[in-house]
Design a binder for this molecule. Structure first.
Ligand code: PSU
Ligand code: MN
Length: 335
């Protein structure tokens, strides 16, 4: 009996003990300054499936009002699949785990005037009480602190083409190496150097999975020309992988690449042409640093007259469904 840890109250069950442990974790995150949406807090304490979602995709990844509509639809998909969505952002300096509809509206309308926040920027945004949209790296930081094991997004950052001179490697990749959160995405866009990105992930010790596919997906296309180091075909096998990572206390993350649904595939070919044009423009315009990814996403969408955005929305929703199923499978494995 370990009731002494709670200071008495003999006769409580192991189920209560687990609830107590999860509650402690949430209170620990709160003492670090994080604030939970009531629905998310309740789910975490009760041990229900929760899926984290990022916010840079809302502020910088898509234009208004498609960004708002997509953010809300993605949350609905997660709920329908039996998990609780937790969109993460920093609002007026407070890291928020789960946003209200009003928060989402504010973030979507503010768009690029919200600060794009990767791990590097977290302390500054909090100290200056600013609004910060979290990238994959920053969202992983808060997911881990909040005890949320799974996080869904569209695409992650990677090694940029020409990185051998620019050294532009997304902080998303190093975060995956150091934080035990599973990121479900549609792979890496071909605005990036995909083989170099996979090399970097290997160096960082990140488990990379092709979901129902041998090849690692390239966001708009099923094929990247690169074989995924491993393949999983069901939510249950992904959950088993996450459980093993956790049991072994590896401390590193897992990346699950879900290929674009087949009916969207023709769009991918047309987007490839736009990507090459956008890359050329970014070079000519000397676009640098964390402005590179938002610039390329915006230009590709303009050149394809919204076709890339429509595919983007389909992808994220598909990822949300897969991610929520994995979260539910993981929950039943752990409980
Ligand atoms: N790739 C996309 N859409 C996005 C992003 C990347 O297809 O919205 C965003 C994500 O938030 C990602 C960030 O974490 O860009 C990476 O930015 P950078 O390349 O500056 O590290
Ligand atoms: Mn960069």
């Amino acid at each position: 009996e370990n009731t002494w840890r709670r200071g008495g109250n003999a006769g409580t069950s192991f189920a209560d003990d687990a609830t107590w442990r999860r509650g402690n974790r949430v209170r620990e995150a709160e003492s670090q300054g994080m604030r939970f949406a009531p629905e998310v807090r309740e789910a975490l304490v009760q041990g229900k499936a929760v899926v984290a979602l990022e916010s840079t995709i809302i502020s910088h990844g898509m234009p208004y009002p498609q960004n708002l509509r997509t953010a809300m639809e993605v949350e609905d998909i997660v709920r329908l699949a039996g998990a609780v969505p937790a969109t993460i952002a920093i609002m007026a300096g407070i890291p928020r785990i789960g946003l209200s509809k009003t928060d989402l509206q504010q973030l979507a309308k503010l768009g690029k005037s919200v600060q794009k926040t990767s791990r590097r920027d977290i302390a500054q945004v909090v100290a200056q009480r600013r609004n910060g949209a979290t990238t994959v790296s920053a969202t992983m930081v808060f997911s881990a602190a909040a005890g949320i094991p799974i996080f869904v997004t569209g695409g992650i950052g990677g090694v940029h083409r020409g990185a051998e001179t620019s050294m532009d490697v997304s902080a998303d990749l190093t975060e995956l190496g150091r934080t035990p959160v599973t990121v479900v995405c549609a792979g890496v866009k071909s605005i990036l150097d995909i083989p170099k990105t996979l090399e970097w992930l290997e160096t960082q010790g990140v488990t990379v999975v092709g979901y129902g596919a041998d090849e690692f997906p390239a966001f708009f296309t099923v094929s990247s020309g690169c074989t995924s180091p491993c393949r999983m075909d069901t939510p249950e096998s992904c959950a088993a992988l996450i459980a093993a990572n956790r049991r072994l206390n590896l401390g590193s993350g897992i990346l699950i690449g879900v290929p674009i649904p087949a009916k969207e595939a023709p769009v991918g070919q047309r987007v490839e042409v736009a990507i090459n044009q956008a890359l050329e423009e970014s070079r000519r315009g000397n676009v640098e640093g964390n402005a590179v990814t938002p610039f390329l996403l915006k230009r590709v969408n303009e050149i394809t007259r919204g076709e890339s955005l429509a595919a983007n929305v389909v992808l994220i929703k598909n990822n949300a469904l897969v991610g929520a199923k994995i979260a539910v499978a993981l929950q039943s494995l752990l409980s």
